[in-house]
Design a protein around this ligand. Structure first.
Ligand code: AMP
Length: 426
């Protein structure tokens, strides 16, 4: 039979790698908690119209990349990003009435039918956060500070923060006309001919060389900012300076999604490892989205980081042993004793594998070594008869006999003394 394979662009994460995932996810949760964010978990499937409304028609996500399907009469979509679902939940549960400011974070898989390549997949994971209810630039600056702290904590080198402001609706309407006038008569890509009508700002973001040439010398959106927008952007930058966060203003940064207002940012890093796809995360303000989704007028700010890319960008941690201790029963009678001893050790926080396959002591020791176990507890017929366990230290190569009824306590103490016990997850 032809073997069944994983869907293209959707990857398995086997245990050797999932250790790295857990490390990055734990670092993210820890940082988010330190900044007062709490976890929200929204469904993987939402009504298609949520994304059409929140992300916007004319965006790559909505036009080309959504996994949408019809189930009975419902038009549904596998979530391509996390902000729309979070904002939907915020409105649906009337969270604005419960608290003036809401800080949520999320972690989990997203789905986009993109062309798979290194760092770009069809199922990928994002870690993101949203702040609802705070219009001030302090909130924007602190989010960037949090992200830089997080990226440093996982060892991402060459962190580069890019910021921009695309102002509010009025600024953009004014700027759209300036940009259209600049692009008039210039050659742009087929996609951008369409964008010229719908959303010319996105042409600035295009990777197509024709579009990039056409945008050469285009007016800067920063020159079109209204007074309030300009003050917000200046204050934001001043606060980044106060916090000592290095950044670069990039007036061409507009990002793919339609819902942004004012602040936009992207953080790149580890260029050597990621090459052109070195954008680790992006975000910004979307002060109009909550109202657009039927809620009250509540300002909001958020970002999403691609965990798949963070794993490539960060410093991998060393391999963790699979278990601390290994139990080697020799002969059928010893198996029951081995399982009971394993259970005792686990209640003491020791990770254990008890071998129940049978086999020679030599093969069992080989397995213990492969698992990275520090101690092996051997239960042979002789040990059983004498009421003892042979305790073998694989690092120190010493072996001794200990009483069966104290074996778990002694082994746990040895492991604790050598620092080789399971660490509590944060
Ligand atoms: P976006 O939601 O498009 O603003 O993307 C935010 C971040 O998610 C990007 O900077 C990437 O790190 C990550 N990302 C977006 N799309 C993909 C994808 N198809 N595969 C892997 N990571 C992605």
């Amino acid at each position: 039979m032809e073997p069944v394979r994983a869907v293209k662009g959707m990857n398995d994460v086997l245990p050797a790698e999932s250790v790295q995932w857990q490390r990055v996810e734990a670092a993210f949760r820890r940082t988010a908690a330190l900044y007062g964010f709490r976890e929200v978990r929204t469904p993987l499937v939402e009504a298609t119209r949520l994304f059409v409304r929140a992300v916007g028609e004319g965006t790559d996500i909505v036009d080309k990349e959504m996994y949408s399907f019809k189930h009975h009469d419902e038009e549904l979509t596998l979530r391509p990003e996390g902000t729309a679902g979070a904002a939907r939940a915020y409105v649906e549960h009337k969270v604005h009435a419960l608290e003036p400011v809401t800080r949520w974070y999320y972690l989990g898989p997203m789905f986009r039918a993109e062309k798979p390549q290194r760092g770009r997949y069809r199922q990928f994971s994002q870690a993101g956060a949203e702040v609802f209810g705070d219009p001030g630039p302090g909130c924007d600056a602190e989010m960037i500070d949090m992200l830089v702290t997080f990226l440093k904590s996982i060892g991402v080198p060459d962190i580069e923060v890019l910021v921009n402001s695309i102002g509010s609706g009025e600024t953009r309407a004014r700027y759209r006309e300036l940009l259209r006038a600049h692009l008039e008569g210039k050659v742009v890509s087929e996609d951008s001919q369409r964008r010229l009508e719908q959303n010319p700002l996105r042409i600035l973001d295009s990777k197509d060389p024709r579009d990039q040439a056409a945008c050469e010398g285009a007016p800067s959106i920063l020159d079109a900012l209204g007074d309030e927008d300009r003050k917000h952007f200046d204050d934001f930058r001043r606060l980044l300076d106060t916090l000592g966060v290095a950044y670069r203003v990039e007036p061409k940064l507009v990002r793919g999604l339609d819902y942004y207002t004012r602040t936009l940012f992207e953080i790149k890093g580890a260029k050597q490892k990621l090459g052109a796809g070195d954008t680790l995360l992006g975000g910004g303000r979307y002060d109009a989205m909550v109202e657009e989704l039927g809620g009250p007028s509540v300002p909001a700010l958020g970002f999403a980081a691609g965990i798949d890319r963070l794993l490539i960008a960060g410093e991998p941690s060393g391999a963790e042993p699979a278990v601390d201790a290994f139990i080697a029963p020799l002969g059928d009678v010893a198996v029951g004793h081995a399982l009971a001893l394993a259970r005792e050790l686990r209640t003491r926080g020791v990770a254990v594998e008890a071998d129940t396959r049978g086999g020679s002591l030599k093969s069992l020791l080989r397995r213990a070594n492969a698992l990275g176990a520090r101690l092996v507890l051997i239960l042979g017929e002789g040990e059983l008869a004498r009421g003892v366990v042979a305790l073998k230290d694989l690092a120190g190569h010493a072996q001794e006999e200990v009483p069966r009824d104290r074996a778990a306590a002694i082994a746990a103490d040895r492991l604790a003394a050598s620092g080789a016990v399971r660490k509590e997850e944060p």
